[in-house]
Design a protein around this ligand. Structure first.
Ligand code: ZN
Length: 230
């Protein structure tokens, strides 16, 4: 474990996901969410902005990406920044600006410290397979702005400099002081059905074919994400 100060936007009570939060996350993502252990950030209205996943999934798979941006208005706005080439200029600046590079390295360390804390709180404990591995390209590259924005929202301002910059740059579409939820996702009918295996201990012993399918699904999701962000 780490002795670094942990900075989190929400207090302990605010992080606890309610049934309604899980329902909202599934609607925001238009798929059932799994292995969400906390809410990382919330809209001023209370709706989730960021889902927090434990560093080890209930299937046993190590999972480095702790914060997942779920609010469709924010994800779309961040995708616009990526499409406009912001990651390229950020990567150039990381090569030239030693202060920025140092601050970004600290963001990486803060990410790992938060993830350790979340692993401890959620009961998954340490996950040696992903020790020192954060997400989004940290500590030296920017590969996914959604990851950086998710981290910046979950940590509060001043932790992830490039995440903070991206948030400032989407101000024309989203700002944290206002609610942009209305009409942002389908609120009628059934939410994509929930998988609550994380909370059902007896389901943890899954057979290998299920694990293989899970890995394939994760891989497909990752590739889809990467294609999205290319
Ligand atoms: Zn809202």
């Amino acid at each position: 474990m780490t002795d670094k100060p942990i900075r989190e936007a929400l207090d302990a009570a605010g992080r606890v996901p309610s049934e309604q939060d899980l329902d909202t996350l599934s609607r925001q993502l238009n798929r059932p969410v799994r292995d969400v252990v906390e809410i990382g950030a919330r809209c001023v209205c209370g709706n989730p902005l960021v889902a927090t996943t434990a560093p080890r999934l209930s299937s046993g798979i190590p999972f480095p990406t702790t914060y997942y941006l779920t609010h469709p208005v924010i994800t779309a706005a961040v995708s616009r920044l990526e499409a406009a080439g912001l990651m390229g200029t950020m990567n150039e600046r990381l090569g030239d600006d030693t202060q920025l590079a140092a601050d970004y390295e600290l963001a990486h360390e803060a990410y790992l410290a938060n993830r350790d804390a979340i692993g401890a709180r959620s009961g998954t404990g340490e996950v040696p397979e992903i020790a020192g591995v954060s997400a989004g390209g940290m500590p030296t590259r920017v590969k996914c702005l959604h990851v950086l924005v998710g981290h910046a929202l979950a940590s509060g301002e001043g932790v992830n400099p490039l995440g903070d910059e991206a948030i400032a740059q989407i101000a024309e579409w989203w700002t944290k002081d206002k609610c942009f939820c209305e009409g942002a996702w389908e609120t009628t009918g059934q939410a994509p059905s929930q998988d609550r295996s994380r909370h059902v201990k007896t389901q943890e012993k899954v057979d290998p074919s299920v694990k293989r399918a899970e890995r394939a699904r994760k891989r497909a999701e990752r590739e889809a994400n990467e294609a999205d962000q290319a």
